[in-house]
Design a protein around this ligand. Structure first.
Ligand code: C2E
Ligand code: MG
Ligand code: MG
Length: 584
């Protein structure tokens, strides 16, 4: 007898004793599992409601019958022989039995039969209990997996894609975000499949799936929705350009050759892109429009991507082309030749008219795009990380030119360099600055860093530590574009800054707009109360100059004095200025 059986019988005899028969009666009647009791002669003496529901027989029809009445007849005589054998030796049997309902329908149940013996050891009753077969979790999981995945590539299938897209769309709608859907069709797949066979085709699809996954983030969805059709969903993109960038990456990754079963294969993609909300707000419309765009991509010569909305193609095309040009221009910088140059704009002490310094402003002149505004290309450089090498070059080149200026006899001029947020996130900025100062034999006082207000506020801890170290080196720090962000006075006090540069937008209308005038007045007073110097940017008229002078603004910069000039003109300007002051 197994341990369980012994234990079970012990329970029957001892533990039940304190409970009244009524309790057992109720437990029996109300059990959700079908139960029956027979006498020692195997005739049914009791059934509960659950068994009546399960079998379709009434209690009256069952009582007095042999439980065979429930049997489906599927089991063999050997099966029953083994059952009785076990029951007789172990007082217990369990296993699956197919039963038949009154109306003929078969049902499978897990049946447990116990022998209840009398005090003298003879058989009193048989108790049988019929429970649901417990789901096999592994099988169930596998089935669920297969329902939502493509077995060849293990990517989500069409069903999963549709439900996840619908879900992403709901959260984009809630959060006011955009979403991009890309439909990707392989250009050459049918050919490969037809000539090299399905096995090679399958291996190729698996490699494509893998490369696609590598092109996107974990949170993006990649699914296979047809033979050689894949989709990528980019949820919550900032701008359509993000989709164009991912599409370019997919193009270049998929276009690389595949080595499969001794073949070198090529399978470039044609990609159609639709965007939520402009191209549709439900999965069906977005997919249809991505499909249309995909056919445009095929017609445009394959191995390219197209947006559903035509003007998106132009905008992103130009932007990507500019990004490419910028990348190449940065890679091609050399001492002899560069598409980049620094221009300089003087900063004038308000009371004396003396030139205290100049601000270095980056210029880019590209053969394809001509001169590009820094507002435009710096934004691209920041978005793509190109600002790192470009910003490094600006620091390096500024220091070189300061050396040249000094050699030409120009003294006491500080050159301000604009530093972007990403540069302030890496400690190597400090190394670079030290290196450049040492290389050109400059003092920290020869340069100044301008950091925009939003940069100084963003990621304060790391930024603060780097700013502190720069200040400790003796480099003057200024907050640029002040007034456009949300700096708190309390926070400003913690920054090791010397200057605030009042944003040009407040200066422009200072005489006509009472709000702007009030902001300038307050900012200057506030800055002074913190011991900071105030610089006004974009001073174009004498009236603006007089107004700012009246408020006690320390330094002025703007077209009124000079536009940003190329280096040679700057040197000439500064020399003339020094000569004029010397003769006064
Ligand atoms: P910013 O640092 O605030 O530079 C002042 C901008 O105002 C410059 O524009 C300058 O040409 C312009 N400006 C100066 N005076 C006047 C004026 O009287 N009237 C008008 N209308 N504009 C005036 P620019 O050169 O186009 O530069 C734009 C921005 O690009 C700069 O703003 C700066 O944030 C960024 N930038 C320029 N060079 C660099 C650089 O080397 N590195 C980084 N990270 N950013 C740079
Ligand atoms: Mg600046
Ligand atoms: Mg500014």
């Amino acid at each position: 007898m197994t341990r369980t059986t012994a234990a079970r019988n012990a329970e029957h005899r001892q533990d039940k004793a304190p409970l009244s028969e009524k309790v057992f009666q109720r437990a029996f009647e109300h059990s959700n599992e079908g139960m029956l009791v027979t006498d020692s002669g195997q005739l049914i003496v009791a059934v509960n409601d659950a068994l009546c529901r399960l079998s379709g027989y009434s209690a009256g029809e069952l009582i007095g019958q042999n439980p065979r009445i429930l049997s489906s007849g599927r089991a063999t005589p050997e099966f029953y022989a083994a059952l009785w054998q076990t029951l007789n030796t172990e007082d217990y049997w369990e296993g699956e039995i197919w039963n038949k309902q009154k109306d003929g329908a078969n049902y499978l149940r897990f049946v447990r039969i116990s022998v209840v013996r009398k005090v003298d050891g003879s058989i009193g009753n048989y108790v049988a209990n019929f429970s649901e077969i417990e789901a096999n979790h592994e099988v169930a999981d596998r089935l669920a997996y297969l329902a939502y995945h493509d077995p060849l590539t293990n990517l989500p299938n069409r069903l999963a894609f549709e439900s996840q897209l619908a879900q992403s769309l709901r959260s984009c709608e809630r959060d006011g975000k955009q979403l991009a859907l890309m439909l990707i069709d392989l250009d050459n797949f049918k050919n490969i499949n037809d000539t090299l066979g399905h096995h090679v085709g399958d291996l190729l699809l698996q490699s494509v799936a893998q490369r696609l996954r590598e092109c996107v983030r974990g949170s993006d969805l990649v699914a296979r929705i047809g033979g050689d059709e894949f989709v990528v969903v980019l949820p919550e993109i900032e701008a359509p350009l993000a989709a164009a960038r991912v599409a370019s990456k997919i193009q270049s990754n998929l276009a690389d050759s595949y080595r499969i079963a001794d073949h070198v294969l090529y399978a470039t993609p044609s990609i159609g892109i639709s965007l939520y909300p402009i191209d549709g707000s439900d999965p069906g419309t977005l997919l249809r429009n991505a499909d249309t765009a995909m056919y445009h991509a095929k017609n445009a010569g394959r191995n390219n991507h197209q947006f559903y909305t035509a003007r998106m193609n132009e905008a992103s095309g130009e932007r990507l082309a500019m990004e490419n040009e910028l990348r190449q221009a940065i890679a091609a910088i050399s001492p002899e030749r560069s598409e980049f140059a620094l221009h300089f704009q003087p900063q004038i002490e308000t009371v004396s008219g003396r030139v205290l310094g100049v601000e270095a402003l980056l210029r880019w002149n590209n053969p394809k795009f001509g001169p590009v505004s820094p507002l435009r290309f710096i934004a691209i450089a920041e978005e793509t990380g190109l600002i790192q090498p470009l910003g490094d070059w600006v620091i390096w080149e500024t220091c070189r030119l300061v050396r040249v200026m000094k050699k030409q006899g120009i003294r006491g001029i500080r050159v301000a360099i604009n530093i972007s947020a990403q540069q302030l996130r890496h400690e190597n900025l400090l190394l670079l600055v030290r290196g450049a100062l040492a290389c050109y034999d400059l003092e920290p006082q020869d340069i100044e860093f301008e950091v925009t207000e939003s940069t100084a506020m963003d990621n304060p801890e790391m930024t603060l530590s780097i700013l502190d170290q720069l200040a400790a080196m003796g480099i003057v720090l200024a907050i640029d574009d002040f007034g456009t962000g949300y700096s708190s006075l309390a926070y400003l006090k913690h920054l090791p800054i010397k200057r605030l540069k009042l944003d040009r937008s407040f200066v422009t209308d200072i005489e006509t707009d009472a709000n702007d005038a009030a902001i300038c007045t307050a900012t200057i007073a506030l800055g002074h109360s913190l011991g900071l110097e105030l610089v006004a940017e974009g001073v174009e008229t004498e009236a603006q100059r007089d107004f700012l002078a009246g408020l006690g603004c320390d330094i002025l910069q703007g077209y009124l004095y000079s536009r940003p000039m190329p280096f040679d003109d700057t040197v000439a300007y500064l020399k003339a200025h020094q000569a004029a002051r010397a003769s006064n």
